[in-house]
Write a protein that binds this ligand. Structure first.
Ligand SMILES: Nc1nc2c(c(=O)[nH]1)N[C@H]1C(S)=C(S)[C@@H](COP(=O)(O)OP(=O)(O)OC[C@H]3O[C@@H](n4cnc5c(=O)[nH]c(N)nc54)[C@H](O)[C@@H]3O)O[C@H]1N2
Ligand SMILES: Nc1nc2c(c(=O)[nH]1)N[C@H]1C(S)=C(S)[C@@H](COP(=O)(O)OP(=O)(O)OC[C@H]3O[C@@H](n4cnc5c(=O)[nH]c(N)nc54)[C@H](O)[C@@H]3O)O[C@H]1N2
Ligand SMILES: [Mo]
Length: 703
């Protein structure tokens, strides 16, 4: 007997099952694995990893195998809806697309006419594939108020690199002798990544992992595991630097030629000898010395580009700068096996070729419009991003500056703080949310529009190593749902936005962006798997020799951008500031909210039975000692309290957590950890919330 897979592949075999190919959009764009989708009579029967896809080579993670249940989640929105009851009540009536588009167009244009385009904000949740078009849409409408989930993800690191080098980077781990895995546990967050590390280790690469928690990564991959307290990474990096400097283990020649601000940085780092490093971070001084020695003994070193663990603190961006400085002083930037300068090809993926994405996105930027929400409070953000820092959006709604929000996939539980965003949504004049599901956020909308998943649409995608693709739908969109980009096109036409390319639609935009590549949209669509472009190998050092796009042309340890704006009140060196705690007696614990678990991704899979089954209830991980101290066992109820609120969850004692720390995943309806975080405790450089180093207390409770 042949398997369905084999049968489906036998020409003429009469199973009625076809295998079609697309990508998995449940998880991070850094992955987007290939899917083989078994389809019969227009329904998805099952999914498997595509053997020929360059990212996953046949594998699929826990989240990936949830795709079918995710697609058919019971709360899929299948028609446009108009709210009939009070905000949040969930009372809606189905309406036609024509009515919905007409009403949205009329209401948004009314705000623009009466109060200016600036009164409307365009927001995107974690979905990314449509973003260049969405940003251009906001510009064509006339507002700078376009903002996204990237207000709390990845951008902090991007900004740190822009401050230092004016560019983005890519780690060339495939040639490194040492990998500094700063907050790295790909086993849960990016399951193909550890493979690469394992392969390199077999060839002799050394690995240092820096993580407060015991994880599969530090147990399986690390030659040295440093275990700092949460949010103290900047002090640890400065302390390692201090040891490198003291021993003359820095690359003087490289520094002289390519690094700016070394003298001041050195003077500052010298204030962090290993003993002080130990006091600030909890990492034994001996281990700090050992790390410095390993760096010295390796000819090349690359680091993990952190999108979350390093950046999710009050001092997040500066901590990241302190880590990057280790590359600069040891001559590992723009060198073989180090961190290489890179350009983003599409949606923050560096493939090794350049498209016209930036020009496409920036076209029509309304220079004369009021500066985007958050620009005053987070001037560095605005200088580098020229869009809205969405963590200031709730305040702008409260202040009456924003009257209408048009969102693609908003989740108000993404924002830190006591329900501030949820409350703000109630005050809006007009709110549209486009989502796959009738989420708690969508319940506040005046109009909900049904979007479709990556199985039901075609999309352009870039992957590392010069791969790109344009997928085709594997089934028809469910109900009346539509791809987000089609919704934007229809609205741009309806509102007669003055941008012909936008009105032509997504595919026309992609053609425009890739017009200089030696491949066409049709050729990409004709391929069942991503296509690889030929390319020249990178010439190491070429960017440094040409001069970096900073004002000094060098790698800046002291930021001239920040220095030239004393009014911002920001420090130009990568200064260390510890996490805040107003009363260490009262708040004796540190709460880390959001460390990835294998079976959940933000709010998306909590309502998917297969994924939820693996951890049926929200649970807080705490050390065995602490559990004993509190007198709780697995499954008992505990209360986690911060200065901003309290919640009750089940206890999950584990040896992986250090005493005094407690870990909770986010996005749960019944235990929303972000609701008890400080809404104003944001990193003044990046605007990111301090999700991962909040102070709290913990006690045992009856349910
Ligand atoms: N405490 C804590 N909070 C965190 C984090 C943390 O580490 N700790 N991490 C932060 C980070 S790094 C991130 S990236 C954010 C995630 O930010 P969120 O935006 O909260 O992420 P999701 O819950 O995945 O998705 C948002 C919505 O998009 C909808 N959606 C999915 N696909 C589509 C689509 O194709 N079109 C449309 N229109 N909608 C779609 C989903 O159904 C969902 O309702 O959370 C942040 N929040
Ligand atoms: N399963 C799953 N995978 C995901 C996601 C998901 O929600 N679920 N989200 C995706 C998204 S949007 C993102 S941004 C990425 C994030 O991906 P990662 O950056 O890998 O995120 P985490 O697993 O949260 O953190 C990695 C490690 O950092 C450690 N860590 C926490 N705080 C600190 C700290 O202060 N200092 C140091 N040095 N380490 C710390 C944690 O213990 C953890 O082991 O994951 C993506 N992949
Ligand atoms: Mo993220």
């Amino acid at each position: 007997m042949s398997t369905p897979r084999e049968q489906a592949k036998i020409p003429g075999a009469d199973t009625g099952i076809g295998i079609r190919h697309t990508l998995c959009d449940v998880c991070t764009p850094q992955m987007h694995c290939g899917l083989d989708v078994y389809v019969k009579d227009g329904k998805v029967l099952k999914v498997e990893g595509s053997p020929d896809h360059p990212v996953n080579r046949g594998y699929l993670c826990t989240k990936g195998v949830s795709n079918r249940q995710y697609l058919y989640r019971e709360d899929r929105v299948l028609t446009p809806l108009r709210r009939t009851g009070p905000r949040g009540s969930g009372q809606f009536e189905p309406i036609s697309w024509e009515e919905a588009l007409e009403e949205i167009s009329r209401r948004l244009l009314k705000v623009r006419k009466e109060r200016g385009a600036d009164g409307v904000a365009f927001f995107s949740g974690y979905g990314k594939w449509y973003r260049p078009m969405f940003r251009r849409f906001a510009h064509a409408f006339g507002t700078q108020n376009y903002g996204t989930e990237s207000s709390c993800c990845f951008t902090s690191g991007l900004m740190a690199w822009q401050v230092a080098t004016g560019m983005h980077v890519e780690a060339e781990m495939a040639k490194s002798e040492l990998f500094l895995g700063w907050g790295t546990n790909g086993y849960y967050s990016r399951y193909r990544m550890p493979d690469g590390i394992e392969r390199r280790r077999a060839q002799g690469m050394k690995v240092i992992i820096i993580d407060p928690r015991m994880t599969p990564a530090n147990q399986r991959l690390a030659d040295l595991w440093l275990r700092p307290r949460l949010g103290t990474d900047g002090a640890l990096a400065l302390s390692i630097a201090c040891e490198l400097i003291r021993n003359d283990w820095v690359d003087e020649e490289y520094i002289r030629q390519y690094v700016y601000g070394y003298e001041e940085y050195r003077a500052y780092a010298q204030g962090f000898p290993p003993e002080r490093g130990e006091a600030l971070t909890g990492v034994p001084a001996e281990q700090i010395r050992a790390a410095a020695r390993m760096i010295h003994e390796s000819r090349s070193m690359s680091i993990c580009e952190s999108s979350a663990p390093v950046g999710h603190h009050r001092n997040g961006l500066q901590n990241y700068r302190a880590i990057m400085a280790l590359l600069a002083i040891t001559g590992n930037y723009d060198r073989e096996g180090g961190q290489l300068p890179a350009v983003h090809s599409y949606m923050e993926i560096s493939s090794g070729f350049q498209t016209h994405e930036e020009e496409y996105m920036d076209a029509g930027f309304p220079e004369e419009a009021p500066r985007a929400v958050g620009a005053e409070r987070f001037p560095l953000w605005y200088a580098l991003r020229r869009d809205m820092q969405a963590n200031d959006l709730a305040n702008a709604i409260d202040a009456g500056r924003i009257e209408a929000v048009f969102a693609l996939g908003m989740n108000y539980r993404m924002f830190a703080g006591d329900g501030r965003m949820e409350q703000a949504l109630k005050k809006l004049d007009f709110f549209v949310d486009v989502d796959l599901f009738l989420t708690d956020t969508a319940r506040y909308a005046d109009i909900v529009l049904p979007a479709c998943t990556s199985m039901e649409r075609g999309e352009f995608k870039c992957y590392p190593n010069r791969y790109l693709w344009y997928t085709k739908p594997v089934i028809q969109p469910l109900g009346q749902s539509r791809p987000d980009v089609e919704i934007l096109t229809l609205l741009a036409r309806k509102m007669e936005l003055d941008d012909p390319l936008l009105r032509e639609g997504y595919e026309a935009g992609i053609r425009w962006m890739i017009r200089d590549l030696p491949i066409t949209v049709e050729e990409l669509q004709a391929s069942e798997t991503p296509v690889r472009l030929e390319g020249e190998p990178y010439r190491y050092g070429s960017r440094l020799e040409a001069g970096l796009p900073t004002s000094t042309g060098k790698f800046e340890l002291r930021s001239t951008l920040i220095e030239s704006h004393p009014e911002w009140g920001l420090e130009s060196l990568p200064v260390y500031v510890p996490p805040e705690n107003p009363d260490p007696e009262r708040w004796g614990w540190t709460l880390c909210a959001g460390v990835r678990i294998p079976n959940a991704i933000h709010s998306r899979l909590h309502d998917v039975p297969w994924a939820r089954n693996l951890r049926p209830e929200p649970a807080a991980e705490l050390s065995l000692e602490d559990a004993q101290g509190l007198g709780v066992e697995e499954g008992d109820w505990i209360q986690v309290e911060t200065p901003f609120g309290a919640l009750r969850v089940r206890a999950m004692p584990t040896k992986t957590v250090r005493a005094g720390e407690i870990y909770l995943f986010h996005g749960y309806r019944e235990a929303d950890v972000n609701a008890i975080l400080d809404p104003d405790g944001l990193d003044p450089y990046s605007g990111f919330p301090a999700y991962r180093s909040a102070c709290c207390s913990v006690r045992r409770v009856e349910q």
